[in-house]
Every structure is written in C-alpha cells, then in structure tokens.
Design a binder for this molecule. Sequence first.
Ligand code: ZN
Ligand code: ZN
Length: 194
Amino acid sequence: MKKLALLLLLLFADCKRAVPPGRVVLVPIGPVPANVLADLQRGLAPILKREITIGDEVPLPPAGFDASRNQYVANALLEQLERNDVADASRVVGIIDRDVYAPGLNYVFGQARLPGRFAVVALPRLRQSLRARPEDAARFRERILKITIHELGHTFGFVHCPDRKCVMHFSNAIGEADYSGVQYCDNEQRQEAK
Ligand SMILES: [Zn+2]
Ligand SMILES: [Zn+2]
C-alpha cells in the first residue's frame, strides 16, 4: 500500500508534463491480425494527432509465459518491447493476442510504464465472444482503441480520471470501458496544453 501511495505521488508530480509530440509505433508481440493493427492505426491518428506506424513483429517472450495460468505477465511484455526498442519512436505500444495478467490481478486489458515510452494492450478479453455473445467487430475495434489510448495516457503521465466518460477512467470490467469515450477529458487536456 505504501508503494502504491508513493507511485501515485510520483505520478501526480509528473502529470503536469506536456505530452511530447512524436510518432507512436504499434508493435505486434507474436501474431496479431493485420486488420486489427490497421484499424487501430486509423483510429488513433485523428485522436492523438500524431503519426502512427506499424512496426515489425517481435517474438512472444518465453520467459514471460506462465504455463500454470496460460497467460503472459505484463511486465515481461514491456521488457520485450524495451529489448526490441524502436529508437526514433516517441511511444511503443505492444499489441498481443494472448491473455495477460499482472501480479495480484486475474487479467489486465493493458499495462504501461508510468510515465514512460512503453505500453502493451492484450486483445483476447476485448472480444465480445469471450462473454458467450456473438462477435461484434465494431465493438472489438472500439475497445482496442480505448484501451490503447488509456495506456498511452499513462505513458504521458496521466492518472486515472474520476469522469466516467473519460478514456482515463479506470475500467475494472469491460462494461466500464464500453461506457467511457475514446477521448481524454478536460482534466487531461489541461495537462497536455502545458
Ligand atoms: Zn489505467
Ligand atoms: Zn479525464
């Protein structure tokens, strides 16, 4: 708990930083459907107003796989991105089509360095079909977009936002992510404008 308080304090101290301009690269970690990456690239550009490119696939890190859970641990994925850094990119977002967890959590939709250059977004839990409903391509696309913008927000130093319509609102369950918008609200815009 003390650690968390310290982390929040550090985040708060840092959240006034301006968002640096620069390219965001989407890096598939293991196989990711090409249309998922292309749709995300198209969706991000008008919202972030910066160049979005798709990088080369990097391998799934064997050391990051927890066979007992059939999941990858988020931190190992961030480390894999660091090892395969795209040096001239401002931000690197790993996209993985495997289930991901973080210690203390059953699963995560994504994780990011706070603040930093690296984030990761995991696709399986964002699929409608996981909840025994028919696949909904538009909703799947929108969820990937929201989680990516949320995790990128953390790399910019943004903390969780109390506004439930804000993309930086914390999503415990996918229904909450569905409720939020895709944009940072005024709370974050103020930080960005500096
Ligand atoms: Zn978050
Ligand atoms: Zn907000």
